[in-house]
Design a protein around this ligand. Structure first.
Ligand code: ADP
Ligand code: MG
Length: 433
């Protein structure tokens, strides 16, 4: 892969052109997105699965303590969530774990045993009142064909997961099986939720005008209430949207991934992949002697796949980057400046693509953009990448002009988990009535 550039500046210009996503591209993106949404809703051939989530919007007056299990992609959390009515959610005891690589790519049984064992440890730790039964909401952030509010089968793994024997199975049944083996009897799983749905519902608990839920973390996805199917929330699985222009770097990344041809939008946008795109761009510049030309060791610092991360890109943008983190103990100012520009180009495309997809969902619901749309967003990429929200807002302004103010982004921290608790509360109250 080369850029055939003559100077670092020239190379950056070429890369910037390749990653550009201008206003005209955005308009085309939105029409293609709408076409794919329509096809997906009709059950036709589409890269957007448009899955019915079965989740109902809360009234905001649901009360009580619920448990949430949030399996994201990088993090796994168990939390006690206290719903206090009037839209107030209090997050109580929380335990956070990272999932070992051998569990992610091992046997499905081991993955669910791992999850159940952490749930067991959470109960044993004395963080909950004894002799009570708790309703639990399970946030499972992978494409699931939901068959009911507490059942659904895994369609395919994403985000580097490949645990064997889970695709095609009901993930709630797998969780309950593992809980039973470990004698966890004081918990009933009341809801299975996608993280986007959790995020939107968490915000809806307080804000009735929230009608889009977005995840920008390890992966990316979004949901919205579909009026054509009686307002049920549709999980778009937008990470798989595939009508977008790919750069040569995107093509290489996709080819080497464990799900080639799939999740193309996610691979251009989400936290798991941004560092890898950066690494591939860096390698091409190093090979052309346009980056680290004076350091023989530079190439080896970028040779391991997925060794460069979106967190490191963040620190480049923030000015806190530590060269030692790449095993390059020092760096010329010029090289540093090129890396900062590369991070800017790649993260800007990510934010603009994400915002274009948000605009697509808003315009789908409200073509003239006459109403307010609160967009609930959860995920570390959105939360922590410097200027990410501002880039998204800028694009919304370009596309919606005077109506742009009708869209507001609201960080809904932990929404993926707390929302599952709200969904469990709504489901439990429906049983009761
Ligand atoms: P999950 O996706 O597991 O629910 P998060 O929303 O916390 O969890 O997302 C974690 C991902 O976010 C990481 O894998 C990484 O890609 C990205 N990320 C974490 N911290 C930062 C940061 N400071 N800057 C940019 N990206 C980050
Ligand atoms: Mg998450």
């Amino acid at each position: 892969m080369t850029t055939t550039a003559k100077s670092p500046k020239d190379a950056l210009d070429k890369i910037s052109e390749e990653f550009a996503f201008n206003t005209k591209d955005v308009k085309e993106f939105i029409s293609l997105f709408h076409l794919e949404m329509a096809r997906g809703l009709e059950g036709g051939q589409s890269s957007l699965k448009m899955i019915d989530s079965f989740a109902r919007r809360p009234s905001g007056s649901e009360l009580g303590t619920y448990l949430a299990l949030d399996l994201g992609g990088t993090n796994f959390r168990v939390m006690a969530v206290n719903l206090r009515g009037k839209g107030e959610i209090h997050v109580g005891a929380t335990s956070r774990y990272s999932i070992p690589k051998d569990i992610i790519t091992g046997k499905g049984e081991d993955l669910f045993n791992f999850i159940a064992s952490k749930l067991g440890a959470f109960i044993e730790s004395g963080k909950l009142a004894k002799d009570k039964t708790y309703a639990l909401g399970f946030t499972f952030s992978f494409p699931v064909k939901q068959t009911g509010i507490k059942s659904g089968t895994l369609i395919a793994w994403t985000k580097g997961f490949s645990a064997e024997g889970v695709v095609g199975k009901d993930v709630v049944a797998l969780l309950e099986g593992a809980m039973k083996k470990q004698n966890i009897n004081c918990i009933s799983v009341e809801a299975l939720a996608n993280d986007t749905v959790g995020t939107m519902i968490a915000k809806c608990y307080a804000r009735k005008d929230c009608d889009i839920g977005v995840i920008l973390g390890t992966g990316t996805n979004a949901c919205y209430p579909e009026s054509r199917i009686s307002g049920l929330t549709v999980n778009t699985e937008w990470g798989n949207f595939n009508k977008l222009r790919q750069t040569k770097f995107d093509l290489v990344l996709d080819d080497a991934s464990n799900n080639p041809g799939l999740q193309l939008f996610e691979k251009a946008v989400s936290g798991m992949y941004l560092g890898e795109i950066f690494r591939l761009v860096a390698l091409s510049l190093i090979d052309e002697k346009l980056l680290f030309a004076s350091s023989k060791l530079a190439r080896s610092a970028f040779e391991v796949p997925y060794s460069f991360t979106s967190e490191q890109m963040s620190s480049l943008a923030e000015g806190t980057f530590d060269a030692k983190s790449t095993s390059l103990s020092q760096m010329a100012d010029e090289d540093f400046a090129v890396m900062v520009s590369m991070a800017k180009i790649i993260s800007t495309r990510s934010a603009r693509l994400a915002a274009a997809a948000v605009a697509s969902l808003a315009l789908w619901q409200d073509p003239k953009m006459l109403q307010k749309h609160v967009v609930a967003v959860d995920g570390s990429l959105y939360e922590k990448y410097p200027g990410y929200k501002q880039e998204m807002t800028r694009l919304i302004g370009e596309v919606l002009g005077g109506h742009a103010g009708n869209i507001s982004f609201e960080l809904t921290k932990d929404g993926s988990g707390t929302g599952a608790a709200v969904i469990a509360a709504v489901a439990a109250s429906e049983h009761a009535t």
